[in-house]
Design a protein. Structure first.
Length: 401
């Protein structure tokens, strides 16, 4: 596992213990230092080196809270895990304070360290670690530009399944590119589109393919379902986002009420322009979904302040939950809060029937993942839907008997 971590604690013994535990859990490189000042100097000198910093709050000189403030000012893109033996209330208050920073705060691990919780944090790091560490897998800018201009943008769809009756309740549009070398998945081009201001053009190109395909799909299955469209948080800075979407929907005769906008968590949602746009979209009838929850910046404390209808659990909170008590505790906590806030909770990335059973016990509202269907072009999804309906009918008949 090619992860690089920095441990910051003024106790040499604790540093050595944590470094050893992280190495046992598969972390590739673990560095250590013993003061906030030293940690900041190491990170500023090598801003792209560390995928995560495990830091103690109670440090001599620059404490952990001030270090996080400085990391925010220096645009640190890795994760933060707070390690501390302080009272839980102090740790929670600290996390509340830094929730306003543009940092990926993954959570806290109290001392003494629990191996299961450390293992969960390592999985969180490995699931998102900064894109610049994987730049060799990204498409060149010009390839993305050419794909958009030459209409090499494809729309694949993945179904969302109700946990109540296993019916199809929606489909998510997932963009693919098809340059000469073959079909390419989003991990290889979305960040390129964001970095080079191509995301609006890519979204428009995707919708011009996806919207007519969606209309035909609904006609083929004989009813309407929701269509989920992914929107980058960077697009929420644009005041004309609603007008652009409205024009595209009108052009293809699709009602706003059938659209769910999925906002990914790969960037923070704190700017006033973003928040105004979110509210404007809700005012105009769009449903909003927070996608990949658990992989990015948004905390449970912030969810109630944001105008979302739905929360989609990131696959890292779903995969392996059947035998992971830490994951079970975390997801039950999320379910409790979303229930209080009357938000739909979707388990994304479901690929194991044992995980599905645990998610059902926890009480999620819907599922999505390879266990049900891989992303497909709309015409293939029609064939899948016919087979799925027969399977559900057989299950219901068996249950009734």
């Amino acid at each position: 596992m090619g992860i690089t971590v920095l441990v910051v604690d003024d106790s040499l013994t604790i540093c050595q213990l944590l470094c050893a535990q992280l190495a046992e859990l598969g972390v590739g490189t673990v560095d250590q230092c013993h003061s906030g000042e030293e940690a900041l100097a190491m990170i500023v000198a090598h801003p792209d080196k560390y995928d995560c910093v495990f830091l103690d709050l109670h440090l001599g000189g620059m404490d952990g809270l001030e270090l996080m403030h400085q990391l925010h000012n220096n645009h640190f893109s890795g994760g933060i895990v707070v390690i501390s033996g302080l009272d839980r209330k102090i740790i929670d208050f600290t996390l509340e304070v830094v929730s306003n920073y543009n940092l990926r705060v993954l959570g806290s691990v109290p001392k003494p360290f629990d191996r299961a919780l450390l293992s969960f944090m390592v999985r969180r790091i490995s699931s998102y670690y900064p894109v610049h560490r994987r730049s060799d897998k990204l498409l060149p800018q010009q390839v993305v530009v050419d794909a958009i201009q030459n209409k090499q943008v494809l729309a694949y769809f993945q179904p969302k399944i109700s946990s109540v009756d296993n019916s199809l309740i929606g489909i998510e549009c997932l963009t693919r590119l098809q340059p000469p070398q073959g079909v390419v998945s989003p991990a290889s081009f979305i960040s390129v589109a964001e970095n080079y201001k191509l995301i609006d053009s890519l979204t428009a190109a995707t919708l011009n393919v996806a919207l007519p395909a969606y209309r035909e799909f609904c006609a083929q299955i004989g009813r309407e379902v929701k269509l989920a469209i992914n929107i980058s948080p960077l697009q929420l800075y644009e005041t004309n986002l609603h007008a652009t979407l409205h024009e595209l929907l009108q052009e293809h005769y699709i009602a706003v009420e059938n659209i769910v906008l999925e906002i990914t968590e790969n960037h923070a949602l704190r700017d006033d322009r973003q928040l105004k746009n979110l509210n404007r979209l809700r005012i105009h009838g769009y449903e909003l979904s927070l996608d990949d929850y658990g992989a990015g910046y948004t905390s449970l404390r912030q969810i109630e302040k944001l105008p979302f209808n739905e929360i989609k659990l990131d696959a890292q909170l779903v995969n392996g939950i059947h035998n992971d008590k830490v994951l079970q505790t975390i997801v039950r906590s999320i379910r409790s809060i979303t229930h209080q806030l009357k938000l739909t909770l979707v388990a994304e990335g479901v690929a194991d029937s044992r995980d599905l059973l645990h998610m059902n016990d926890i009480g999620v509202d819907a599922y999505q993942g390879y266990l049900f269907c891989r992303p497909k072009p709309a015409n293939e999804l029609v064939r899948w839907h016919k087979a799925w309906q027969k399977s559900v009918a057989n299950i219901n008949q068996f249950s009734a008997s």
